[in-house]
Design a protein around this ligand. Structure first.
Ligand code: GRF
Length: 191
């Protein structure tokens, strides 16, 4: 399967996907990186790995529809099967959603529907919940509201700091995301 990874930041989930592909546990290829922050670390990583990328600055476009229709064109040209949002800090608009409905997935660092939106880890930590986790879900027009595909839990002990919680969440993400993508590919939902 041909994947397009969308990211805005560090790209540790991008790394985990590449690693799973290299190990042979994920039968796919990252055909494209899409990034809306030219200075993001993930851009450097893609360059090093030889992943072709489309990096853009949203400020250069008058409207969201304009960069999204450009992205749609590139995704179609590259014959992308599945769009993988991995820390892409932007809502997906109609222009991109309609042609790829059911083919866009996201990872979120909480057990949805709890703690959607920004800083889900901080939200869970401040709420004092004793169990949080990670959710992989289909993307719809809402913020972290699409159909849930997979979840895994992280226990929050009384001694845990926010940073420790973040590390635990990331470990779970890096395992859950490649595994879930592989399941979707095996089920034929991405071809
Ligand atoms: C992850 O925690 C993911 O759940 C959230 O954004 C973060 C991206 O991290 N949507 P990275 O750029 O993959 O390291």
């Amino acid at each position: 399967a041909k994947l397009a990874v969308f990211a805005s930041g560090t790209g540790s989930n991008y790394d985990a996907i590449i690693e799973a592909i290299n190990k042979g546990t994920l039968d796919a290829e990252v055909t494209l990186l899409v990034c809306d922050r030219p200075k993001a670390r993930v851009v450097e990583k893609a360059k090093r790995n030889g992943t072709p990328s489309f990096v853009f600055d949203p400020k250069q476009y008058a409207k969201k529809e304009m960069f999204e229709s450009k992205i749609v064109e590139i995704l179609k040209e590259a014959e992308i099967d599945l769009v993988i949002l991995a820390g892409y800090m932007r809502l997906i608009g109609k222009t991109l959603l309609q042609p790829f409905e059911g083919k866009i997935i996201n990872i979120h660092p909480s057990l949805l529907p709890s703690f959607p939106g920004l800083d889900a880890i901080g939200q869970a930590f401040n709420a004092g919940v004793k169990v949080s986790g990670v959710t992989v879900h289909y993307v719809d027009a809402g913020m972290d509201t699409g159909k849930i595909i997979a979840q895994d839990i992280v226990n929050i002990t009384d001694e845990m700091t926010r940073e420790e919680l973040q590390n635990e969440i990331q470990k779970v993400e890096h395992k859950l995301y490649p595994e879930t993508i592989q399941k979707l590919i095996s089920r034929g939902e991405s071809s």
